[in-house]
Design a protein around this ligand. Structure first.
Ligand code: FAD
Length: 404
């Protein structure tokens, strides 16, 4: 990966062709700030359109502080009646598979995804209607079919479920890193240092990095995930809500294959718990999708309090009786970067007209990286009409989640 380190920049060793703000032609067509999943795929699509792009990140692609930095993420097409996200996920899956082929790494694991519905849950019906309309393969399973097929689950709260056999899990950090590495090998310049919050009345000519470097570009994409409220406190300080989320990897009994694929798919339960089967012998991953407390992505320690572990053990045992005595093998603390309702923010800055905002992944953004990048690149290039749900003006200031 051709990375220009902060040190190199400070020592004047950088190969980046940054200019000062008064130069006639900006050094880059687009500078993308943020090498998480949204920034990396936006860079990919802009480069495919022939644009000169620079990618900048404080900590490096999909670092442990970033929302994209985990081991794995679920990719599913089921989104209730929210067809736009089903389309985005479906479109993205093809591109994830293409990337996996190009870099010759199993970045997508087709383990299937099981959506369990509780009593009176109408979202499964809406999901099935959308999946049928989009010709996305799925099976509807009633309780007795579920009990037969997934005996390792306790299903007392589950009436029926939808199974997506062609969906599954993405190797998250690895995917973003390999995508950036691929682009880097093809000539993309990557700078590793923070960009200072920009300020301009209408048009932004250049940004400054922490070491004082000035980088000019025709357009700027701030794909800063949970950092967006810090970069744009006035505009996004009360519109993007970073929350602390815990993930646990538990160890199944030796020789017990019920918690790995093909016996175990990715699953989402009626009580908002979800899980990913053991993918790399790391353990059976389980997490709660409910929003945690606020978090600072720069300074937070990523430790799990004992009482939270105890509560999670109880829930694990309730859902999977065979895991009652399972040891905790690993844990992670990450953060969601929520918009008020869960819709993405992919739009121009309200006043700086060559500045674009990309974020609000809201705990479900990873899978959509390729489609987000494609959408945003097309908007920047002027070939894509705006989607109202992704607009800045639609972003509320009170958290009321409606997209899952
Ligand atoms: C625990 C957990 C589970 C999840 N599960 C799923 C799932 O199963 N399926 C799914 O689809 N999604 C899931 N998500 C959501 C998904 O991971 C996120 O929505 C997505 O990764 C957000 O990507 P991003 O590029 O917007 O942000 P990030 O990955 O956080 O990237 C932002 C980048 O910007 C950089 N940056 C910030 N400020 C600056 C600056 N000033 N200068 C330079 N660089 C800067 C940061 O260093 C960072 O690398 C989950 C998220 C979490 C936390």
């Amino acid at each position: 990966m051709k990375i220009v380190t902060r040190r190199a920049v400070m020592q004047g060793l950088a190969t980046v062709s940054a200019t000062n703000a008064s130069a006639q032609r900006p050094a880059y067509d687009v500078a993308v700030i943020g090498a998480g999943v949204f920034g990396a795929w936006t860079t990919h699509h802009l480069r495919r359109a022939g644009k000169r792009v620079l990618l900048i990140d404080s900590y490096g692609p999909a670092s442990s502080r970033a929302s994209s930095g985990g081991e794995s993420r679920v990719i599913r097409c089921a989104y209730g009646a929210d067809e736009i996200y089903s389309r985005f996920a479906h479109q993205s899956l093809t591109q994830w598979k293409d990337l996996a082929r190009r870099v010759n790494t199993p970045l997508f694991q087709q383990v299937g995804v099981l959506h369990m519905g509780g009593r009176g849950d109408h979202s499964l019906k809406a999901t099935a209607a959308v999946l049928s309309k989009l010709a996305i393969p799925h099976q509807i399973l009633n309780q007795s079919e579920l009990v037969k097929r997934f005996p390792q689950f306790s299903l007392t709260d589950t009436e029926q479920a939808i199974f997506e056999p062609e969906s599954g899990a993405l190797m998250a950090r690895q995917s973003v890193r390999l995508l950036v590495q691929e682009m880097s090998q093809q000539g993309l310049e990557v700078i590793l240092e923070p960009v200072q919050p920009p300020s301009a009345k209408s048009r932004l000519d250049a940004v400054k990095t922490a070491s004082g470097r000035t980088i000019s570009a025709g357009a700027f994409v701030f794909a800063c995930g949970p950092w967006l409220p810090k970069v744009f406190p006035a505009e996004l300080g009360n519109r993007i809500f970073p929350t602390r989320q815990e993930m646990y990897f538990f160890g199944a009994p030796a020789g017990d294959r019920r918690f790995t694929s093909p016996a175990m798919p990715c699953w989402i339960a009626p009580d908002n718990m979800y899980g990913i089967p053991d993918l790399e012998n790391r353990g059976f991953k389980i997490a709660d999708d409910d929003h945690g407390p606020p978090i600072d992505p720069d300074s937070a320690d990523r430790l799990i309090p004992k009482e939270n572990l105890a509560a999670m053990r109880k829930r694990l045992a309730a859902r999977f009786p065979a895991m009652k005595h399972a040891p905790l093998l690993e844990s992670r603390v990450c953060q969601y970067e929520n918009s008020a309702n869960g819709d993405f923010l992919l739009d121009k800055h309200p006043t700086m007209d060559n500045v674009w905002l990309a974020g609000g992944g809201s705990g479900h953004g990873f899978k959509h990286g390729p489609a987000v990048g494609e959408y945003l690149a097309a908007r920047i290039l002027g070939s894509q009409p705006p989607e109202p749900r992704f607009s800045f003006s639609s972003k509320g200031t009170v958290q009321k989640r409606s997209v899952y």
